[in-house]
Ligand binder design. Structure first.
Ligand code: NAP
Length: 244
């Protein structure tokens, strides 16, 4: 049985690449967006052009009621895998710049939102009777710390790594595998949204492979972790970071 891919933040970047690759591999897709319905419509059109079904749901993962509404919109009998991908960065900052509002916002999206989405996905899997698998999208920042860039973002991804390990332990007996990918510098709009459109050009020389990665290169690892080819892989943090 082919499980449907549920992708949070599927309207752009890595999430959109997962939707397109998943469709090419014969998966139906449920993708969420927060602020970009046009982006979500374009990704859904690409999924349908590949011959698969696409459902779009608006969901700000920082709003628990919207997570409830997301899962209420999903067919209870539909087996799913979760790409727990939605995330944000703040502007480049040092410790003196970190306000309570900024910290509350980034932890609400990247940590609380991701944990509540995973909680709801597990409840859905249990209710529909088919164990699926989960990939949390962390970051190389969890290892590197991102000093003088955004230590708050790095800390949110450190939390996601730890959450991945513990959740994998909890769910392994049920056949639900939980892994994370840790992308490095990847070509998406997240850098411009965080106020640094030239970030890739400025930092690519620090990557041993001397280039940024693509969203599709990250999607390849995510789709593999969700596939039967990774049937004995759980509790693993996969670096997709060009060697850094
Ligand atoms: P992106 O191109 O900016 O896409 C982010 C996605 O997340 C969009 O679909 C966006 O939806 C959604 N999103 C943002 N805030 C949201 C919220 N409050 N609720 C629900 N969805 C929300 O970023 P990306 O580079 O693909 O990043 C995807 C994930 O990869 C993130 O977790 C990020 O931390 C991680 N990552 C990225 C890199 C990199 O270099 N690109 C490196 C390491 C880790 P809308 O556009 O509809 O608002």
């Amino acid at each position: 049985m082919t499980r449907t891919l549920l992708i949070t933040g599927g309207s752009a970047g890595i999430g959109a690449a997962c939707a397109r690759l998943g469709a090419a591999q014969g998966r139906d897709v449920i993708l969420t967006y927060n602020s970009d319905p046009a982006g979500a419509e374009q990704v859904a059109a690409d999924v349908r052009a590949a011959g698969q079904k696409a459902q779009i749901v608006q969901c700000d993962v920082a709003q628990p009621a919207q997570i409830d509404a997301l899962f209420a919109a999903i067919d209870p009998a539909c087996p799913i895998d979760l790409v727990n991908n939605a995330g944000i960065v703040g502007k480049t900052a040092s410790i003196a710049d970190l306000t309570p509002e900024r910290l509350t916002n980034i932890f609400a999206v990247n940590v609380v939102g991701a944990i509540l989405v995973a909680k709801a996905a597990v409840a859905h899997m249990r209710a529909c009777g088919t164990p699926g698998h989960i990939v949390n999208v962390s970051s190389a920042a969890a290892r590197l710390g991102s000093g003088n860039q955004y230590v708050d973002y790095a800390a949110t991804k450190g939390a996601i790594d730890t959450f991945t390990l513990g959740l994998a332990d909890e769910l392994a007996p049920e056949g639900i595998r939980v892994n994370a990918v840790r992308p490095g510098l990847i070509e998406t709009d997240i850098h411009a949204k965080g106020g640094e459109p030239d970030r890739l050009a400025r930092l690519s020389h620090m990557v041993p492979m001397r280039r940024a990665g693509t969203a599709d290169e990250v999607a390849q690892s995510i789709l593999w972790l969700l596939s039967d080819g990774a049937s004995y892989v759980t509790r693993t943090l996969v670096d997709v970071a060009g060697g850094r």
